[in-house]
Design a protein around this ligand. Sequence first.
Ligand code: NAD
Ligand code: G6P
Ligand code: MN
Length: 443
Amino acid sequence: MGKQSYAVTIAGGGSTYTPGVVLMLLNDAEKFPVRKIVLYDNDAERQKTIGDACAIYIRERHPEVEFSYTTDPAEAFSGIDFVLAQIRVGKYAMRDKDEKIPLKYGVLGQETCGPGGIAYGLRSIGGVIGLVDYMEKYSPDAWMLNYSNPAAIVAEATRRLRPDSRIINICDMPIALMDIMASMCGLKDYRDLSYGYYGLNHFGWWWKIEDHAGHDLMPHIKECMARNGYADATAGLEFVDASWQATFEKAKDVYAVDPSTIPNTYLKYYLYPDYVVAHTDPKHTRTDEVREGREKRVFGTAREIVRRNTAEGFGLKPDEHSEYIVDLASALAENAKERFMLIVPNHGAIENFDSDATVEIPCIVGSDGYERICQGKIPQFQKGLMEQQVSVEKLAVSAWIDHSYQELWQALTLSKTVPSAAVAKQILDDLYEANKEFWPELS
Ligand code: NAD
Ligand code: G6P
Ligand code: MN
Protein backbone atom coordinates (compact mmCIF):
# COMPACT_ATOMS: atom_id res chain seq x y z
CA MET A 1 0.00 0.00 0.00
CA GLY A 2 2.88 2.31 0.81
CA LYS A 3 0.69 5.05 2.28
CA GLN A 4 1.72 7.30 5.10
CA SER A 5 -1.17 6.50 7.38
CA TYR A 6 -4.22 4.27 7.34
CA ALA A 7 -7.99 4.47 7.63
CA VAL A 8 -9.60 1.61 9.58
CA THR A 9 -13.21 0.51 9.97
CA ILE A 10 -14.15 -1.61 12.97
CA ALA A 11 -17.24 -3.66 12.09
CA GLY A 12 -19.10 -4.65 15.22
CA GLY A 13 -18.39 -1.20 16.68
CA GLY A 14 -20.53 -2.07 19.72
CA SER A 15 -18.35 -5.08 20.57
CA THR A 16 -16.90 -5.44 24.04
CA TYR A 17 -13.51 -5.62 22.31
CA THR A 18 -13.83 -2.27 20.48
CA PRO A 19 -12.26 0.02 23.12
CA GLY A 20 -9.26 -2.31 23.48
CA VAL A 21 -8.81 -2.49 19.71
CA VAL A 22 -9.08 1.30 19.33
CA LEU A 23 -6.47 1.86 22.04
CA MET A 24 -4.17 -0.69 20.42
CA LEU A 25 -4.58 0.94 16.99
CA LEU A 26 -3.50 4.26 18.51
CA ASN A 27 -0.73 2.73 20.57
CA ASP A 28 2.20 2.74 18.18
CA ALA A 29 2.15 5.32 15.38
CA GLU A 30 5.65 4.24 14.27
CA LYS A 31 4.52 0.67 13.64
CA PHE A 32 1.05 1.46 12.32
CA PRO A 33 0.13 5.11 11.72
CA VAL A 34 -3.63 5.67 11.79
CA ARG A 35 -5.35 8.74 10.37
CA LYS A 36 -8.99 7.67 10.61
CA ILE A 37 -11.10 5.19 12.63
CA VAL A 38 -14.77 4.51 11.86
CA LEU A 39 -17.01 2.23 13.92
CA TYR A 40 -19.78 0.37 12.10
CA ASP A 41 -22.60 -1.64 13.72
CA ASN A 42 -26.22 -2.46 12.92
CA ASP A 43 -27.27 -1.80 16.53
CA ALA A 44 -27.13 2.00 16.83
CA GLU A 45 -27.83 2.11 20.54
CA ARG A 46 -25.22 -0.45 21.57
CA GLN A 47 -22.58 1.20 19.41
CA LYS A 48 -23.39 4.74 20.66
CA THR A 49 -22.22 3.98 24.20
CA ILE A 50 -18.86 2.68 22.98
CA GLY A 51 -18.56 5.28 20.21
CA ASP A 52 -19.17 8.27 22.51
CA ALA A 53 -16.54 7.02 24.97
CA CYS A 54 -13.98 6.41 22.20
CA ALA A 55 -14.68 9.89 20.80
CA ILE A 56 -13.82 11.46 24.16
CA TYR A 57 -10.60 9.43 24.48
CA ILE A 58 -9.49 10.34 20.94
CA ARG A 59 -10.38 14.02 21.39
CA GLU A 60 -8.19 14.14 24.51
CA ARG A 61 -5.26 11.98 23.44
CA HIS A 62 -5.19 11.84 19.62
CA PRO A 63 -6.97 14.92 18.23
CA GLU A 64 -5.09 14.38 14.94
CA VAL A 65 -7.09 11.16 14.30
CA GLU A 66 -10.45 11.48 12.56
CA PHE A 67 -13.10 9.44 14.41
CA SER A 68 -16.77 8.68 13.80
CA TYR A 69 -19.36 5.95 14.23
CA THR A 70 -22.24 5.05 11.95
CA THR A 71 -24.82 2.44 10.93
CA ASP A 72 -24.60 3.51 7.28
CA PRO A 73 -22.46 1.07 5.22
CA ALA A 74 -21.57 3.67 2.54
CA GLU A 75 -20.19 6.01 5.19
CA ALA A 76 -18.45 3.20 7.08
CA PHE A 77 -16.76 1.45 4.17
CA SER A 78 -15.75 4.30 1.83
CA GLY A 79 -12.13 5.44 1.61
CA ILE A 80 -10.67 2.87 3.98
CA ASP A 81 -7.62 0.59 3.99
CA PHE A 82 -8.61 -2.04 6.59
CA VAL A 83 -11.76 -3.55 8.03
CA LEU A 84 -11.40 -5.26 11.39
CA ALA A 85 -14.48 -7.49 11.66
CA GLN A 86 -15.77 -8.56 15.07
CA ILE A 87 -19.52 -8.97 14.72
CA ARG A 88 -21.72 -11.28 16.77
CA VAL A 89 -24.89 -11.91 14.76
CA GLY A 90 -27.72 -12.41 17.25
CA LYS A 91 -25.59 -10.94 20.08
CA TYR A 92 -25.40 -12.53 23.55
CA ALA A 93 -29.12 -13.33 23.55
CA MET A 94 -28.50 -15.92 20.83
CA ARG A 95 -25.17 -17.12 22.25
CA ASP A 96 -27.16 -17.94 25.36
CA LYS A 97 -29.43 -20.22 23.32
CA ASP A 98 -26.45 -21.82 21.51
CA GLU A 99 -25.09 -22.82 24.92
CA LYS A 100 -28.27 -23.79 26.74
CA ILE A 101 -30.24 -25.71 24.06
CA PRO A 102 -27.69 -28.54 23.55
CA LEU A 103 -27.28 -28.84 27.34
CA LYS A 104 -30.99 -29.72 27.57
CA TYR A 105 -30.06 -32.91 25.73
CA GLY A 106 -26.86 -33.61 27.67
CA VAL A 107 -24.60 -32.19 24.93
CA LEU A 108 -22.09 -29.42 25.61
CA GLY A 109 -23.01 -25.84 24.80
CA GLN A 110 -20.15 -23.72 23.50
CA GLU A 111 -19.73 -20.54 21.47
CA THR A 112 -17.74 -22.15 18.63
CA CYS A 113 -17.78 -25.95 19.26
CA GLY A 114 -20.49 -28.57 18.80
CA PRO A 115 -24.13 -27.75 17.94
CA GLY A 116 -23.93 -24.24 19.43
CA GLY A 117 -20.96 -23.39 17.22
CA ILE A 118 -22.79 -24.71 14.17
CA ALA A 119 -25.88 -22.63 15.06
CA TYR A 120 -23.72 -19.52 15.44
CA GLY A 121 -22.03 -20.35 12.12
CA LEU A 122 -25.35 -20.32 10.29
CA ARG A 123 -26.01 -16.85 11.72
CA SER A 124 -22.54 -15.45 11.04
CA ILE A 125 -22.09 -16.46 7.39
CA GLY A 126 -24.60 -13.93 6.02
CA GLY A 127 -23.35 -11.15 8.31
CA VAL A 128 -19.70 -11.52 7.36
CA ILE A 129 -20.42 -12.00 3.62
CA GLY A 130 -22.40 -8.74 3.87
CA LEU A 131 -19.34 -6.95 5.29
CA VAL A 132 -17.11 -8.37 2.53
CA ASP A 133 -19.54 -7.08 -0.10
CA TYR A 134 -19.67 -3.59 1.44
CA MET A 135 -15.87 -3.47 1.50
CA GLU A 136 -15.58 -4.60 -2.12
CA LYS A 137 -18.21 -2.08 -3.21
CA TYR A 138 -16.86 0.96 -1.41
CA SER A 139 -13.11 0.23 -0.92
CA PRO A 140 -12.07 -2.60 -3.25
CA ASP A 141 -8.37 -2.35 -2.37
CA ALA A 142 -8.92 -2.71 1.37
CA TRP A 143 -8.12 -5.82 3.45
CA MET A 144 -10.52 -7.38 5.92
CA LEU A 145 -9.11 -9.05 9.00
CA ASN A 146 -11.98 -11.16 10.29
CA TYR A 147 -12.13 -12.66 13.75
CA SER A 148 -15.92 -12.86 14.00
CA ASN A 149 -16.69 -16.38 15.19
CA PRO A 150 -17.07 -19.18 14.56
CA ALA A 151 -13.98 -18.38 12.49
CA ALA A 152 -13.67 -21.93 11.09
CA ILE A 153 -17.16 -21.89 9.56
CA VAL A 154 -16.92 -18.25 8.47
CA ALA A 155 -13.56 -18.94 6.76
CA GLU A 156 -14.96 -22.01 4.99
CA ALA A 157 -17.93 -19.91 3.82
CA THR A 158 -15.74 -17.12 2.44
CA ARG A 159 -13.51 -19.73 0.73
CA ARG A 160 -16.56 -21.08 -1.08
CA LEU A 161 -18.63 -17.94 -1.62
CA ARG A 162 -16.03 -15.17 -2.02
CA PRO A 163 -12.83 -17.00 -3.06
CA ASP A 164 -11.10 -13.92 -4.48
CA SER A 165 -11.92 -11.50 -1.69
CA ARG A 166 -9.21 -9.82 0.35
CA ILE A 167 -10.24 -11.37 3.66
CA ILE A 168 -7.92 -13.02 6.18
CA ASN A 169 -9.48 -15.03 9.02
CA ILE A 170 -7.67 -15.13 12.35
CA CYS A 171 -7.91 -16.28 15.98
CA ASP A 172 -6.21 -15.06 19.14
CA MET A 173 -6.11 -18.42 20.97
CA PRO A 174 -2.85 -19.73 19.45
CA ILE A 175 -1.25 -16.34 20.15
CA ALA A 176 -2.40 -16.36 23.78
CA LEU A 177 -1.13 -19.93 24.20
CA MET A 178 2.22 -19.08 22.62
CA ASP A 179 2.52 -16.12 24.99
CA ILE A 180 2.04 -18.62 27.81
CA MET A 181 4.62 -21.01 26.31
CA ALA A 182 7.09 -18.15 25.91
CA SER A 183 6.56 -17.30 29.56
CA MET A 184 7.14 -20.97 30.55
CA CYS A 185 10.55 -20.67 28.83
CA GLY A 186 11.46 -17.28 30.32
CA LEU A 187 10.89 -15.46 27.02
CA LYS A 188 8.84 -12.29 26.51
CA ASP A 189 6.05 -13.28 24.11
CA TYR A 190 4.99 -15.22 21.02
CA ARG A 191 7.27 -13.15 18.82
CA ASP A 192 10.25 -14.90 20.46
CA LEU A 193 9.06 -18.31 19.19
CA SER A 194 9.44 -20.09 15.89
CA TYR A 195 6.78 -22.76 15.49
CA GLY A 196 5.15 -25.50 13.46
CA TYR A 197 1.37 -26.02 13.87
CA TYR A 198 -1.41 -27.79 12.02
CA GLY A 199 -5.14 -28.03 12.57
CA LEU A 200 -8.47 -26.33 12.07
CA ASN A 201 -9.52 -23.23 13.98
CA HIS A 202 -9.98 -24.09 17.69
CA PHE A 203 -8.74 -27.58 16.77
CA GLY A 204 -4.95 -27.78 16.37
CA TRP A 205 -1.54 -28.91 17.64
CA TRP A 206 2.01 -27.54 17.80
CA TRP A 207 4.57 -30.05 16.59
CA LYS A 208 7.60 -27.76 16.84
CA ILE A 209 8.54 -24.82 19.08
CA GLU A 210 12.00 -23.27 19.02
CA ASP A 211 13.57 -19.99 20.02
CA HIS A 212 15.10 -17.89 17.26
CA ALA A 213 18.55 -19.40 17.94
CA GLY A 214 17.06 -22.78 16.98
CA HIS A 215 16.95 -24.31 20.49
CA ASP A 216 14.21 -26.90 20.86
CA LEU A 217 11.76 -25.65 23.54
CA MET A 218 9.39 -28.62 23.27
CA PRO A 219 10.95 -30.72 26.09
CA HIS A 220 10.51 -27.93 28.65
CA ILE A 221 7.01 -27.01 27.49
CA LYS A 222 6.01 -30.69 27.62
CA GLU A 223 7.22 -30.92 31.23
CA CYS A 224 5.03 -27.94 32.13
CA MET A 225 2.02 -29.37 30.25
CA ALA A 226 2.36 -32.76 31.97
CA ARG A 227 2.50 -31.03 35.37
CA ASN A 228 -0.36 -28.54 35.15
CA GLY A 229 -1.36 -27.86 31.53
CA TYR A 230 -1.13 -24.16 30.72
CA ALA A 231 -2.17 -23.17 34.24
CA ASP A 232 1.22 -22.44 35.82
CA ALA A 233 2.22 -19.73 33.40
CA THR A 234 0.67 -16.34 33.97
CA ALA A 235 1.05 -14.64 30.62
CA GLY A 236 -2.59 -15.06 29.60
CA LEU A 237 -3.72 -12.30 31.89
CA GLU A 238 -6.79 -11.41 29.84
CA PHE A 239 -8.17 -14.89 30.67
CA VAL A 240 -8.61 -14.27 34.37
CA ASP A 241 -12.05 -15.85 34.76
CA ALA A 242 -12.23 -19.11 36.70
CA SER A 243 -13.66 -20.99 33.73
CA TRP A 244 -10.60 -20.08 31.64
CA GLN A 245 -8.29 -21.21 34.45
CA ALA A 246 -10.13 -24.54 34.47
CA THR A 247 -9.62 -24.82 30.71
CA PHE A 248 -5.89 -24.16 31.11
CA GLU A 249 -5.69 -26.89 33.76
CA LYS A 250 -7.69 -29.37 31.67
CA ALA A 251 -5.10 -28.96 28.89
CA LYS A 252 -2.98 -31.36 30.97
CA ASP A 253 -5.45 -34.18 30.17
CA VAL A 254 -5.75 -33.08 26.55
CA TYR A 255 -1.96 -33.16 26.25
CA ALA A 256 -1.84 -36.67 27.76
CA VAL A 257 -3.75 -38.11 24.78
CA ASP A 258 -0.84 -37.24 22.46
CA PRO A 259 2.31 -36.24 24.37
CA SER A 260 4.26 -35.75 21.14
CA THR A 261 2.42 -32.49 20.41
CA ILE A 262 1.10 -29.46 22.35
CA PRO A 263 -2.69 -29.03 22.00
CA ASN A 264 -4.98 -26.05 21.54
CA THR A 265 -7.17 -25.65 24.66
CA TYR A 266 -10.39 -26.00 22.60
CA LEU A 267 -9.67 -29.70 22.01
CA LYS A 268 -11.06 -30.35 25.49
CA TYR A 269 -14.56 -29.97 24.05
CA TYR A 270 -13.94 -32.82 21.60
CA LEU A 271 -11.78 -35.16 23.70
CA TYR A 272 -13.60 -34.71 27.06
CA PRO A 273 -17.19 -33.67 26.20
CA ASP A 274 -18.68 -35.76 29.03
CA TYR A 275 -16.40 -34.02 31.55
CA VAL A 276 -17.37 -30.60 30.17
CA VAL A 277 -21.10 -31.34 30.48
CA ALA A 278 -20.65 -32.66 34.02
CA HIS A 279 -18.84 -29.44 34.98
CA THR A 280 -21.35 -27.02 33.43
CA ASP A 281 -24.32 -25.44 35.18
CA PRO A 282 -27.01 -25.58 32.46
CA LYS A 283 -28.67 -22.49 33.95
CA HIS A 284 -25.48 -20.41 34.12
CA THR A 285 -23.17 -20.80 31.15
CA ARG A 286 -20.26 -18.79 29.72
CA THR A 287 -22.61 -16.16 28.23
CA ASP A 288 -23.86 -15.35 31.73
CA GLU A 289 -20.28 -14.99 32.93
CA VAL A 290 -19.36 -12.72 30.01
CA ARG A 291 -22.43 -10.53 30.51
CA GLU A 292 -21.78 -10.23 34.24
CA GLY A 293 -18.06 -9.69 33.65
CA ARG A 294 -16.62 -8.26 30.44
CA GLU A 295 -19.80 -6.68 29.05
CA LYS A 296 -20.72 -5.00 32.33
CA ARG A 297 -17.17 -3.76 32.85
CA VAL A 298 -16.65 -2.39 29.32
CA PHE A 299 -20.07 -0.73 29.02
CA GLY A 300 -19.94 0.52 32.62
CA THR A 301 -16.61 2.23 31.98
CA ALA A 302 -17.84 3.67 28.66
CA ARG A 303 -20.93 5.16 30.32
CA GLU A 304 -18.83 6.65 33.10
CA ILE A 305 -16.42 8.24 30.59
CA VAL A 306 -19.40 9.84 28.86
CA ARG A 307 -20.91 11.00 32.18
CA ARG A 308 -17.65 12.62 33.32
CA ASN A 309 -16.87 13.80 29.78
CA THR A 310 -13.26 12.67 30.20
CA ALA A 311 -11.34 9.43 29.73
CA GLU A 312 -8.62 10.53 32.16
CA GLY A 313 -8.26 8.63 35.42
CA PHE A 314 -9.58 5.28 34.19
CA GLY A 315 -6.17 3.69 33.66
CA LEU A 316 -7.18 2.72 30.13
CA LYS A 317 -4.70 0.59 28.27
CA PRO A 318 -4.62 -1.30 24.98
CA ASP A 319 -6.05 -4.80 24.97
CA GLU A 320 -3.42 -7.52 24.51
CA HIS A 321 -6.03 -9.54 22.64
CA SER A 322 -5.81 -7.06 19.77
CA GLU A 323 -2.03 -6.71 19.50
CA TYR A 324 -1.67 -9.43 16.86
CA ILE A 325 -4.49 -7.89 14.81
CA VAL A 326 -2.64 -4.59 14.56
CA ASP A 327 0.63 -6.49 13.94
CA LEU A 328 -1.06 -8.30 11.06
CA ALA A 329 -2.47 -5.10 9.57
CA SER A 330 0.99 -3.58 9.85
CA ALA A 331 2.61 -6.60 8.11
CA LEU A 332 0.16 -6.22 5.20
CA ALA A 333 0.67 -2.48 5.03
CA GLU A 334 4.44 -2.49 5.36
CA ASN A 335 5.23 -5.76 3.49
CA ALA A 336 6.88 -7.15 6.63
CA LYS A 337 7.03 -10.83 5.53
CA GLU A 338 6.40 -11.92 9.13
CA ARG A 339 5.01 -15.23 10.40
CA PHE A 340 1.34 -15.30 11.50
CA MET A 341 -1.05 -18.11 12.30
CA LEU A 342 -3.92 -17.85 9.78
CA ILE A 343 -7.08 -19.76 8.87
CA VAL A 344 -6.68 -20.46 5.14
CA PRO A 345 -7.48 -23.00 2.40
CA ASN A 346 -5.02 -25.89 2.80
CA HIS A 347 -3.81 -26.17 -0.82
CA GLY A 348 -1.23 -28.80 0.10
CA ALA A 349 0.33 -27.13 3.13
CA ILE A 350 -0.77 -30.15 5.19
CA GLU A 351 0.37 -32.75 2.69
CA ASN A 352 -1.88 -35.70 3.58
CA PHE A 353 -5.06 -33.65 4.17
CA ASP A 354 -7.91 -32.45 1.93
CA SER A 355 -6.54 -29.73 -0.31
CA ASP A 356 -9.87 -27.85 -0.20
CA ALA A 357 -10.13 -27.92 3.59
CA THR A 358 -9.93 -24.69 5.56
CA VAL A 359 -7.05 -25.15 8.01
CA GLU A 360 -5.11 -23.15 10.59
CA ILE A 361 -1.37 -22.99 9.87
CA PRO A 362 1.55 -20.56 10.05
CA CYS A 363 1.91 -18.28 7.03
CA ILE A 364 4.24 -15.48 5.92
CA VAL A 365 2.43 -12.15 5.49
CA GLY A 366 3.44 -9.26 3.22
CA SER A 367 1.70 -6.69 1.06
CA ASP A 368 0.47 -9.30 -1.44
CA GLY A 369 -1.26 -11.27 1.31
CA TYR A 370 -0.02 -14.58 2.69
CA GLU A 371 2.12 -17.53 1.65
CA ARG A 372 1.53 -20.83 3.42
CA ILE A 373 4.34 -22.55 5.33
CA CYS A 374 4.30 -26.27 4.50
CA GLN A 375 3.66 -28.44 7.58
CA GLY A 376 4.32 -31.83 5.95
CA LYS A 377 2.35 -34.96 6.84
CA ILE A 378 0.23 -35.19 10.00
CA PRO A 379 -0.21 -38.29 12.22
CA GLN A 380 -3.22 -40.63 11.99
CA PHE A 381 -4.78 -39.51 15.28
CA GLN A 382 -4.93 -35.84 14.30
CA LYS A 383 -5.85 -36.67 10.70
CA GLY A 384 -8.82 -38.74 11.85
CA LEU A 385 -10.11 -36.05 14.19
CA MET A 386 -9.59 -33.28 11.66
CA GLU A 387 -11.33 -35.15 8.85
CA GLN A 388 -14.40 -35.57 11.02
CA GLN A 389 -14.44 -31.96 12.21
CA VAL A 390 -13.71 -30.39 8.81
CA SER A 391 -16.63 -32.40 7.43
CA VAL A 392 -18.88 -30.88 10.11
CA GLU A 393 -17.75 -27.41 9.04
CA LYS A 394 -18.14 -28.09 5.32
CA LEU A 395 -21.61 -29.59 5.79
CA ALA A 396 -22.71 -26.60 7.88
CA VAL A 397 -21.66 -24.23 5.09
CA SER A 398 -23.31 -26.45 2.46
CA ALA A 399 -26.50 -26.41 4.51
CA TRP A 400 -26.46 -22.60 4.53
CA ILE A 401 -25.84 -22.40 0.78
CA ASP A 402 -28.33 -25.14 -0.17
CA HIS A 403 -30.90 -24.30 2.54
CA SER A 404 -30.68 -27.97 3.44
CA TYR A 405 -32.08 -29.42 6.65
CA GLN A 406 -30.56 -32.79 5.72
CA GLU A 407 -27.00 -31.45 5.46
CA LEU A 408 -27.38 -29.60 8.73
CA TRP A 409 -28.63 -32.71 10.47
CA GLN A 410 -25.59 -34.55 9.07
CA ALA A 411 -23.30 -31.80 10.33
CA LEU A 412 -24.65 -32.11 13.89
CA THR A 413 -24.65 -35.90 13.70
CA LEU A 414 -21.00 -35.94 12.64
CA SER A 415 -19.88 -33.64 15.49
CA LYS A 416 -17.80 -35.62 17.97
CA THR A 417 -19.71 -33.83 20.74
CA VAL A 418 -23.08 -35.40 19.77
CA PRO A 419 -23.88 -39.04 20.70
CA SER A 420 -26.39 -40.01 18.00
CA ALA A 421 -28.41 -38.89 14.98
CA ALA A 422 -31.54 -38.93 17.18
CA VAL A 423 -30.06 -36.46 19.68
CA ALA A 424 -28.66 -34.39 16.80
CA LYS A 425 -32.19 -34.09 15.37
CA GLN A 426 -33.75 -33.02 18.66
CA ILE A 427 -31.11 -30.33 19.19
CA LEU A 428 -31.35 -29.19 15.57
CA ASP A 429 -35.12 -28.78 15.74
CA ASP A 430 -34.83 -26.63 18.87
CA LEU A 431 -32.01 -24.56 17.40
CA TYR A 432 -33.90 -24.05 14.14
CA GLU A 433 -36.93 -22.78 16.03
CA ALA A 434 -34.73 -20.39 18.07
CA ASN A 435 -32.84 -19.14 14.98
CA LYS A 436 -35.81 -18.48 12.63
CA GLU A 437 -34.88 -14.80 12.39
CA PHE A 438 -31.27 -15.52 11.39
CA TRP A 439 -30.96 -18.83 9.48
CA PRO A 440 -32.03 -19.41 5.91
CA GLU A 441 -35.30 -21.30 5.60
CA LEU A 442 -34.40 -25.00 5.48
CA SER A 443 -36.13 -27.79 3.62
P1 NAD B 1 -20.54 -8.28 21.22
O1 NAD B 1 -21.89 -8.88 21.12
O2 NAD B 1 -20.18 -7.46 22.39
O3 NAD B 1 -20.28 -7.37 19.91
C1 NAD B 1 -20.65 -7.73 18.65
C2 NAD B 1 -21.30 -6.54 17.94
O4 NAD B 1 -21.59 -6.94 16.59
C3 NAD B 1 -22.62 -6.08 18.55
O5 NAD B 1 -22.53 -4.71 18.89
C4 NAD B 1 -23.64 -6.32 17.45
O6 NAD B 1 -24.66 -5.36 17.40
C5 NAD B 1 -22.77 -6.27 16.21
N1 NAD B 1 -23.34 -6.91 15.02
C6 NAD B 1 -24.04 -8.07 14.95
N2 NAD B 1 -24.37 -8.34 13.68
C7 NAD B 1 -23.86 -7.34 12.92
C8 NAD B 1 -23.87 -7.04 11.53
N3 NAD B 1 -24.46 -7.87 10.65
N4 NAD B 1 -23.26 -5.91 11.10
C9 NAD B 1 -22.67 -5.08 11.98
N5 NAD B 1 -22.62 -5.31 13.30
C10 NAD B 1 -23.22 -6.42 13.77
O7 NAD B 1 -19.51 -9.50 21.06
P2 NAD B 1 -18.03 -9.71 21.61
O8 NAD B 1 -18.06 -10.67 22.73
O9 NAD B 1 -17.35 -8.44 21.81
O10 NAD B 1 -17.35 -10.48 20.38
C11 NAD B 1 -17.31 -9.94 19.09
C12 NAD B 1 -16.91 -10.98 18.09
O11 NAD B 1 -15.50 -11.25 18.17
C13 NAD B 1 -17.58 -12.35 18.32
O12 NAD B 1 -17.87 -12.95 17.05
C14 NAD B 1 -16.51 -13.14 19.02
O13 NAD B 1 -16.70 -14.51 18.90
C15 NAD B 1 -15.31 -12.65 18.25
N6 NAD B 1 -14.00 -12.94 18.84
C16 NAD B 1 -13.18 -13.74 18.12
C17 NAD B 1 -11.93 -14.05 18.58
C18 NAD B 1 -11.08 -14.97 17.77
O14 NAD B 1 -10.19 -15.58 18.29
N7 NAD B 1 -11.33 -15.16 16.47
C19 NAD B 1 -11.48 -13.52 19.79
C20 NAD B 1 -12.34 -12.70 20.52
C21 NAD B 1 -13.61 -12.39 20.02
C1 G6P C 1 -10.69 -16.97 22.76
C2 G6P C 1 -11.03 -17.53 21.41
C3 G6P C 1 -12.12 -16.72 20.76
C4 G6P C 1 -13.32 -16.67 21.65
C5 G6P C 1 -12.96 -16.18 23.02
C6 G6P C 1 -14.16 -16.49 23.91
O1 G6P C 1 -10.12 -15.72 22.63
O2 G6P C 1 -9.92 -17.56 20.54
O3 G6P C 1 -12.42 -17.28 19.52
O4 G6P C 1 -14.32 -15.83 21.10
O5 G6P C 1 -11.86 -16.86 23.54
O6 G6P C 1 -14.17 -15.64 24.92
P1 G6P C 1 -15.43 -15.37 25.85
O7 G6P C 1 -14.76 -14.64 26.95
O8 G6P C 1 -16.38 -14.53 25.03
O9 G6P C 1 -16.00 -16.69 26.23
MN1 MN D 1 -10.66 -17.97 18.42
